[in-house]
Ligand binder design. Structure first.
Ligand SMILES: Cc1cc2nc3c(=O)[nH]c(=O)nc-3n(C[C@H](O)[C@H](O)[C@H](O)COP(=O)(O)OP(=O)(O)OC[C@H]3O[C@@H](n4cnc5c(N)ncnc54)[C@H](O)[C@@H]3O)c2cc1C
Length: 452
């Protein structure tokens, strides 16, 4: 592989080594669904410019993607339509394909006579399986670029980290190397000879939408422009008070950026760069960057190195032991998935949080912790708690099916990235959260009135 003038070599790895062909370069876009601020696309363009060949971006929609809904497909496809239009202005072909991703990619690559493929990094199982299959099928090299993390996940650490306290110093050492501005995407001078068929975004939505009935939400507009507008508004008006307001679900104290980050419509690196430049209280900036960089990249580390990131075997040994010891403790109540999904518990705060999630596609971050921990309290075993929490999170959260979700839920139920706490019924040494604790933090009744 020839060295890149743009890309830090640590951001790149070869998933398939093969002689590079003379044809166009393809960026198989998956997790990072934006045109600007995208290291995978920049690298693909650099290769195409060097070889003086056309560049195409391909996204392959798999309607059978586990847990995906109308809500998530709608947000994704509307965002992609905007990305396609930005790419068109840059002379880059965008193709929306449907089907099995590795097979559709391979067919497209062979038809186009492509010389190399670049894709973006994702630590989740399904995506890793697709890439493994793609590497076995493709007739040309396949490169993977971590375009999502500021410090590339595999460069930050080579193992599953115990917690933020072990990852933080590793990230701090590498951040000066990686937290740099992006070069702009260039207008691509080498076009495709043949006209491509138009992309059918609405048809793809209708074909994918049959799988689920979870409605789209109006509160959060999809796409890079909307994400960047929200970022600007947050930096101007709300970042300054982030440290004071972020744990109060009645205040608009958090950024609300997670859906845009999840779908890669905006880059965490762009958010970190802009937050670092904005004149705000140091305490708030530090608190925000801790979540955006350390906590978020810790979640990717968890999913990359812990194959059981969505199972109780992924919990630390002390947590599994203590949960086992409290397995037969009487529960204050037992609810099945449907009672939980329909917000039919005896706890109005939990019901209000669940209603917020179903209605708006976003539960406040503080309440996500309470929500996850109560599910452990109200189910017969941690396996059931984990399964229900992941199912509801991935079904209704706009930012669901994300490493942050698997890590957050494993933190709530299985002590992942946490430490043992004084022993309590059911929870054992897993940290608990109570309604009384919430009352001390914020006006619980006010929140309940908003959503019930
Ligand atoms: C049970 C549970 C489920 C969760 N499910 C998800 C999920 O499906 N998707 C998801 O993106 N996050 C999830 N989180 C993490 C966190 O709650 C959300 O990222 C955050 O609430 C998103 O809102 P925001 O963008 O306004 O966050 P802000 O407070 O403005 O933070 C900025 C960014 O930092 C990152 N971040 C913030 N808190 C965390 C955290 N605890 N862990 C990792 N990264 C964080 C996110 O990328 C977020 O967008 C979950 C947490 C818990 C406890």
């Amino acid at each position: 592989m020839s060295p890149s003038a743009l890309l830090d070599p640590l951001r790149l790895r070869a998933l398939k080594s093969a002689p590079r062909g003379t044809g166009p370069v393809i960026y198989w876009m998956s997790r990072d669904q934006r045109a600007e601020d995208n290291w995978a696309l920049l690298f693909a363009q650099e290769m195409a410019l060097d070889a003086k060949v056309p560049l195409a971006v391909v996204f392959i929609l798999d309607a059978s993607f586990p847990g995906a809904t109308r809500r998530s497909f709608g947000f994704l496809l509307r965002g992609l339509a905007e990305t396609a239009s930005t790419l068109k202005d840059k002379g880059i072909l965008f193709r929306l394909l449907e089907g099995n991703p590795p097979e559709s990619l391979d067919a497209f690559v062979r038809q186009a006579g492509a010389g190399a493929v670049v894709t973006d990094f994702d630590p989740l199982r399904v995506k890793r399986g697709w890439k493994e299959k793609a590497a076995s099928l493709l007739p040309c090299p396949l490169f993977e670029v971590d375009a999502h993390n500021i410090v590339p996940c595999w460069a930050a650490s080579e193992k599953a980290e115990a917690g933020a306290y072990t990852l933080r110093p590793k990230l701090s050492r590498l951040l000066p190397r990686f937290l740099k501005d992006f070069p702009p995407l260039q207008k691509h001078p080498f076009g495709w000879e043949e006209d491509a068929p138009p992309n059918d975004f609405s048809g793809a939505f209708l074909r994918a939408a049959h799988v689920d009935g979870v409605f789209e939400v109006k509160e959060t507009a999809p796409g890079t422009k909307a994400g960047l507008a929200l970022l600007r508004e947050f930096l101007q008006n709300r970042l300054d008070s982030y440290a004071a307001d972020r744990n109060d679900p009645n205040r608009n104290g958090v950024s609300g950026l997670s859906p845009y980050l999840h779908f890669g419509q905006i880059s965490p690196q762009r958010v970190a760069l802009e937050a670092s430049k904005t004149a705000v209280s140091e305490e708030s900036r530090k608190a925000f960057l801790e979540e955006l960089i350390v906590r978020r990249e810790l979640a990717d580390n968890f999913c990359l190195y812990n194959p059981a990131y969505d199972r109780t075997d992924g919990f630390p040994a002390w947590a599994r032991k203590t949960l086992q010891e409290h397995q037969t403790d009487p529960r204050e109540a037992l609810y099945d998935r449907s009672r939980l999904e329909n917000a039919e518990t005896e706890d109005p705060l939990w019901n209000a949080a669940q209603a917020q999630l179903v209605r708006t596609g976003k539960m406040h971050g503080y309440l996500r912790m309470y929500w996850g921990k109560r599910i452990l309290a109200w189910t017969s075993c941690p396996e059931e708690a984990l399964e229900i929490a992941i199912a509801l999170n991935d079904r209704y959260e706009l930012d669901g099916r994300d490493p942050n979700g698997y890590a957050g839920i494993a933190w709530c139920i299985g002590g992942v990235h946490d430490r043992p706490w004084p022993e309590r019924p059911v929870f054992g040494k897993i940290r608990t959260m109570t309604l009384a604790g919430c009352r001390r933090k914020f006006d619980v009744e006010k929140f309940i009135r908003r959503f019930l």
